[in-house]
Design a protein around this ligand. Structure first.
Ligand SMILES: NCCCC[C@H](NC(=O)CCN)C(=O)O
Length: 442
């Protein structure tokens, strides 16, 4: 066996290392060649930030981009602002392998692209172009389908969960995306989240003349907020609860008859989340009892699940990233910190996938004005395209090395089994503590 032709670990297949190397080089060349267009695409998305499920301009930009490059595009794929663009290599005798890159492109209210979803879209588009370019230059070992899936509404709602329900992930083998952050990391813990809107109904009255006739819904909201603050001391360190008051009354001389709060409840597993949900519901109900208000808890339609790590995919991504000069963080504080939540978590329960984080050339923190600026900066481009190359090269490893794919599938099955054992029996409990079903006004 020559140095460029290695037998894979299980001895079943041979990997043509020189071909793989050539393909990886081609990924880089194609992405560099397209860098101007990719930057323009990401800038156009960044300049016109759109909220969840309303990403019409981004949808148009992305679908036009792929149509003009001879990809088969399905616009408005199950959702108004979702899309699917695909390319398939020449048929071969071996079964087809389907890899997918996921785009996000929604922004945050008042802040624009403060989570850099314009760069998420750019990474996946670039990786798909690079991978297609590489595969067109050779005869891949099997037929490959590349899909770019446009997934709306990550910041609010959970477009990926809608798409899972519509069957969009059913025929995929491995899914890829990457998220802007402060460091390069193949995996950071993204935890499960449940959104709840809390509504208090009281009774208006003149606040000076006959306040005793009123039932104060603002008092209920404040008590609820404080009950949650008190609960926080007894919560697990990995749990998070945070909320805002969306409606706090209208005028000081009218006893507020209606208030509304929105809370996110988070925990590392769905099992813990169900427990947290029960405790938070008790806080909300207690505030209603104390004030005489009526309370309504409205759950959002989709909980996000924690992201299942895949160590084989992570290792392959790290190896490619290092070749490209990435310095992966070894800081335990970063590696163990909670990085929020994502509907990609739900995807990882359907199909093996990777959701690495990447440095964008700035120390700014996500969900700040500074991060919006960084996500639109020229400096972010180098890091964004480097991430795209590393993702596409990892996809090439999966394509060229059947043992790697086996190991990815094995990791995934083990993780999923562990999670499902842990979560068994929670489904009903969680449903009971959120009265979403009985919430007529949501
Ligand atoms: N329904 C709540 C969605 C919140 C999603 C948001 N996502 C990110 O910040 C992406 C990085 N994990 C969050 O976690 O607040």
């Amino acid at each position: 066996m020559g140095p460029d032709r290695e037998q894979s670990a299980a001895g079943r297949g041979r990997i043509d290392m020189s071909l793989l190397k050539q393909c990886k080089q081609r990924v880089s060349d194609v992405i560099e060649h397209e860098s101007g267009q990719l930057h323009a695409l990401s800038q156009d998305i960044w300049k016109a930030p759109e909220l969840a499920y309303q990403e019409h301009a981004a949808h148009h930009l992305l679908t036009s981009f792929f149509s003009s490059r001879a990809w088969e595009v399905q616009a408005h794929y199950h959702l108004d602002t979702a899309f699917r663009a695909q390319w398939t290599s020449e048929p071969s005798d071996s079964p087809r392998l389907h890899v997918a890159f996921l785009c996000e492109y929604d922004a945050l209210p008042g802040l624009g692209h403060a989570c850099g979803h314009n760069l998420i879209a750019e990474v996946s588009v670039a990786a798909a172009l690079g991978l297609r370019g590489a595969l067109e230059s050779v005869h891949p070992p099997r037929q490959i389908q590349i899909t770019v899936l446009g997934t709306p509404a990550e910041e609010d709602g959970g477009g990926k969960v809608d798409l899972i329900k519509a069957g969009a992930f059913e025929d995929m083998d491995v899914v890829f995306m990457a998220h802007p952050a402060q460091d390069d990391a193949a995996y950071l813990p993204d935890i499960a989240v449940h959104d709840v809107t809390v509504k208090y109904y009281g009774k208006a009255s003149h606040a000076a003349a006959y306040p005793w006739e009123g039932i104060n819904a603002l008092d209920a909201a404040i008590l609820a907020y404080n009950n949650i603050s008190v609960l926080r001391q007894q919560m697990q360190p990995s749990w998070r609860v945070h909320g805002v008051i969306k409606h706090g009354g209208v005028k000081p001389n009218i006893i507020p008859s209606y208030t509304e709060l929105e809370f996110y409840l988070r925990a590392p597993s769905r099992k813990d989340l169900a427990e947290l949900q029960e405790k938070a519901s008790a806080c909300f109900s207690a505030a209603a009892t104390a004030t005489g208000c009526k309370v309504e808890l409205c759950s959002s339609s989709h909980d996000y699940y924690n992201v299942l790590p895949n160590k084989t995919l992570a290792q392959a991504y790290i190896e490619n990233g290092k070749q490209l000069g990435m310095q992966f963080t070894t800081n335990d504080q970063v590696l163990n910190a909670l990085s929020g939540s994502t509907d990609f978590g739900n995807v990882t329960f359907e199909v093996p996938g990777i959701h690495p984080y990447f440095f964008i050339g700035s120390e700014a923190l996500n969900h700040t004005e500074e991060y919006t600026k960084a996500a639109g900066s020229d400096e972010a481009q180098y890091y964004t395209l480097r991430t795209a190359k590393s993702l596409a090269m990892t996809a090439l490893d999966v394509i060229f090395n059947p043992d790697l794919l086996q190991s990815i599938r094995h990791d995934w099955k083990m993780m999923k089994q562990m999670e499902e054992e842990m979560n068994s029996g929670i489904a009903n409990k969680a449903r009971e503590s959120s009265s979403g079903a009985g919430c007529a006004s949501c």
